[in-house]
Ligand binder design. Structure first.
Ligand code: ZN
Length: 855
């Protein structure tokens, strides 16, 4: 990338010399290319946007806006390119010093020629109609979501992260609507049927972090630890709000205080609010001063399992950490987006630990990161942590399991390599040096390499800049056992990492820590044939193949007190990850045997985190790896085991988990009768409290499995549901559950129109049912059209949507025909965009493995 850039640079110098004036009158393409990004970074600074938007009460009415953009221009070599990803009809006038000036609208850019500009301070006024694409307009509220390059779909600006700017926002809203944005509310006035909100000028922030939400929101203000915070929310269940509210405020206050201490920098953005939005696309989004959350990740149901509570604390800590890591210091270009995510996760893990002293955090880290990272890294569509990005319009495709799950693992390894103190010292220097500015991964590596005796650059080149996961195997004979890295896909690549392995003989056992390099390493020279349990502390990254003797010993004596290692939950979690990986790679038991193993060990597990992991693998094995006849063979048994666990466990969180899986798997008359009786409340299980969402999904299972009169069940459930957002969602999802194929076909057809994909969470839920394993055969015909739609889905949807669209589409499929549809599609489109091709390979990896293992 650097070399190519240098060449471009020389060419542009040559052009300048040949052509004196108007040198770079190139036509900008769509999006923000890396070259445009670099050019603007060099020539523009001191940017301020004063934006005024008039929000009407009806969501179909246009939002009119005007803005004054002030900036310093250092060069008049080239026309000024601003980004506005709409059409030319959205621009009404462009003015300078009060007078209209000429401009061109080219490929979603407003282009102003140099004769309309001056070197130094410029003030450009633009009158426009805002684009709706990223405004998430609902009947009673709207909210922006501008990450990664979507601010330009709403208003004209320089939409790239390294041109930080301050924003002064004025919003005119319908009466009784609240408004919240990054800046402090300076003044609120009312005229007739309007409220006018004036927000103070923000600190310098990147365009993807600018945000506002307006609408009918409830509002709670609270001061915790001398910190004033306001929570905006939509939830109508006041008991639920009351139950959760204090904890939500406290978790924020705790996170912020912890971060101020760790970074030695006070919270940098003045005021601190958060907005809870129903069906928000992500867990949260870190707009400085105004974090947006998915309401359901913060307002938990009664008896929420411990992992939901952990997830809530984690998402709050994650978004709070972003205020420093991402918002105060921001990536220079979106290829380093992983860096803000890894820091947020890394800090979140540190922050959440003290709040949950009863939790085994090594186990939590293991189960929250390794399986998710392997899911992508074992597929042929995997990517390195640090990826290349030629144009900002493709930034959304960078996100995924590698950024969110693998990168934290690698960051933890880095900290272990250099030590906690040096890590904190380096991060403080990094944050201080680049405050309110931008930095790259290599900037941080430079800081660390200066302080550390280790060669961090070489380590980073393998772990951060190349894709995939190492594979290890044990070799040797009865005299010695060795562990070695298997032949790697990239020649000469060595995955340096320490790995702990437990060995066990008849009368002795011990553990050994090995620094893995490319040479075989001795684990033990035993006198007797020994068993080995590789990566026994779960911290090494890769596939650690287990031998059948050791695996059998572990499973036959699952969680048995006869051996202390077996009752260590981290050890159990680590071995289960090894075994699951082996199963998926065809090195372990066949599926019909594997399901009986899972059914057998599940009741022996008393740790909620491991139990949830087992239940997840159980459901995947059940629906994806078993044939229909294999399922029917185990149907009664699995229902009986789950129901007994559900009735007898005293752990309320685990009870809820067993309930969810039972509901999902039940198929026998008896099982479905239980589902029905739970739904209509004729049956109560002690300490099992069902939320409105639980009731809705119970109704869905009954409709899907055709137990009772589907239409009547839906009507009753709709009637019983109080929350208006949930009602709308149900009406959207229900056609996907219809027993009538024509109704389902029509629903799928409707998804081809972008306006029907606006509520992405709704679409994903509906797709899950449309492609449910029980309906998969009849849903094969949707696969090809869904792939055909993918590029459009990427253009019109949010950043995670293409991946989620694919996952929801393929999750229910496990036969050869579906696998062939995906592979034929890729064959027929050899020039398909690289990132999207990878997403398809990632989403169909499980399907391909199922086809192989089912043979
Ligand atoms: Zn994040």
């Amino acid at each position: 990338m650097q070399i190519r850039y240098l060449i471009l640079f020389f060419i542009s110098i040559m052009l300048t010399n040949l052509n004196c004036k108007n040198a770079k009158n190139e036509t900008p393409g769509k999006g923000v290319s890396f070259a445009l990004n670099e050019y603007r970074k060099k020539t523009i600074d001191s940017i301020h946007y004063a934006i005024e938007l008039e929000i009407p009460s009806q969501k179909i009415q246009a939002i009119e806006g005007k803005q004054l953009i002030t900036f310093n221009l250092k060069s008049l070599d080239s026309a000024l390119v601003m980004d506005f990803s709409t059409d030319s009809a959205h621009v009404h006038a462009v003015k300078s010093a009060g007078k209209e000036i000429s401009y061109d609208f080219i490929n979603e850019h407003i282009v102003i020629k140099t004769d309309q500009l001056v070197k130094g301070k410029n003030e450009i006024e633009i009158i426009f109609t805002a684009g709706d694409l990223s405004l998430n307009r609902n009947e009673e509220y709207l909210y922006t979501l501008f990450v990664p390059d979507r601010a330009s779909t709403c208003f004209p600006l320089f939409d790239q992260p390294n041109l930080k700017a301050s924003y002064s926002l004025t919003l005119k809203t319908p009466k009784h609507w609240e408004a919240v944005s990054n800046g402090i509310l300076k003044e609120k006035t009312s005229t007739g049927d309007q409220n006018i909100y004036h927000f103070e000028k923000t600190k310098p922030i990147s365009s993807y972090l600018f945000a506002f939400a307006v609408g009918k929101f409830f509002k709670t203000e609270k001061i915790v630890d001398n910190r004033a915070m306001t929570m905006y929310y939509r939830e109508t269940d006041s008991v639920k709000v009351k139950r959760n509210s204090d904890e939500v405020f406290n978790l924020h206050a705790k996170s912020l205080t912890w971060l101020e201490d760790y970074t030695a920098i006070k919270y940098p953005f003045g005021k601190f609010d958060f907005v809870l939005i129903p069906s928000f696309q992500y867990g949260g989004m870190e707009h400085p001063g105004s974090i947006f959350y998915n309401e359901s990740s913060l307002f938990l149901d009664e008896n929420a399992p411990i992992n939901r509570k952990l997830a809530r604390a984690s998402v709050i800590a994650h978004e709070s950490a972003h205020m420093w890591f991402g918002d105060l210091v921001t990536m220079d270009w979106f290829n380093d987006v992983w860096l803000k995510e890894v820091f947020a996760n890394f800090m979140a893990a540190k922050i959440v630990h003290p709040s949950f002293p009863e939790i085994n955090h090594d186990l939590r880290f293991l189960l929250a990161h390794y399986p998710g990272a392997y899911e992508v890294d074992r597929s042929s569509g995997t990517n390195p942590i640090l990826q290349k990005l030629g144009n900002l319009k493709n930034a959304g495709t960078l996100y995924g399991g590698i950024i969110y799950q693998k990168a934290p693992i690698v960051m933890r390894q880095l900290e272990k390599k250099i030590g906690e103190n040096l890590m904190r010292e380096s991060l403080r220097e990094y944050l201080k040096s680049f405050s309110f500015s931008n930095a790259k991964w290599d900037d941080l590596i430079g800081i660390i390499d200066n302080k550390s005796p280790e060669d961090i650059t070489t380590w980073s080149n393998v772990w951060v800049k190349t894709p995939g996961m190492p594979e290890y195997e044990f070799v040797g004979n009865k005299d010695e056992i060795q562990i070695q890295q298997k032949k790697d896909s990239l020649s000469g690549r060595i995955w340096q990492q320490p790995v702990v392995t437990i060995w066990k003989e008849m009368f002795a056992q011990g553990s050994i820590r090995i620094n893995l390099n490319n040479k075989p390493q001795n684990v033990r020279k035993p006198d007797l044939p020994a068993m080995v349990f590789p990566n026994s502390n779960g911290q090494g990254y890769g596939y650690f193949k287990m031998d059948s003797v050791s695996e059998d010993y572990f499973l036959k004596n699952y969680n048995s007190a006869k051996d202390t290692m077996l009752i260590d939950p981290v050890f159990r979690g680590a071995m289960l990850v090894n075994i699951w990986e082996g199963f998926l790679r065809g090195d372990g038991a066949a599926p019909e045997h594997f399901i009986s193993i899972l059914i057998d060990i599940l009741p022996k597990e008393n740790n909620a985190l491991i139990s949830d992991n087992l239940l997840g693998n159980l459901q995947t094995t059940w629906w994806t790896f078993l044939t229909e006849s294999q399922r029917s063979q185990y149907q009664e048994k699995i229902e009986k085991v789950l129901w007994t666990l559900l009735e007898t466990t005293t752990d309320k969180g685990m009870k809820n988990s067993y309930f969810r899986v039972f509901k999902n798997i039940a198929m026998t008359d008896d099982g479905l009768s239980k589902v029905e009786s739970l739904w209509n409340e004729k049956l109560k299980v002690k300490d099992l409290i069902l939320s409105e969402d639980d009731k809705i999904t119970l109704a869905y299972e009954l409709i899907l499995k055709q137990k009772g009169d589907g239409k009547a069940i839906f009507e009753k459930q709709l009637n019983d549901t109080k929350n208006p957002d949930r009602k709308s969602r149900m009406k959207f999802v229900i056609p996907a559950l219809s027993p009538d194929q024509n109704v389902r076909d029509a629903f799928f057809e409707s998804l081809k129109r972008p306006e029907n994909r606006e509520h992405e969470a709704w679409v994903l839920e509906a797709l899950g049912y449309l492609h449910h394993p029980l309906r998969a055969k009849n849903a094969n015909k949707y696969l090809k059209p869904s792939l055909d739609l993918l590029q459009e889905v990427q253009l019109t949807g949010d950043i995670f949507f293409p991946q989620r669209w694919l996952s929801a589409t393929f999750s229910g499929h496990s036969d050869l025909e579906s696998a062939n549809i995906a592979s034929s599609f890729l064959k027929a489109n050899p020039d398909y965009p690289y990132y999207l091709k990878n997403k398809i390979l990632q989403s169909t990896d499980m399907l391909d493995r199922a086809v192989k293992l089912k043979k």
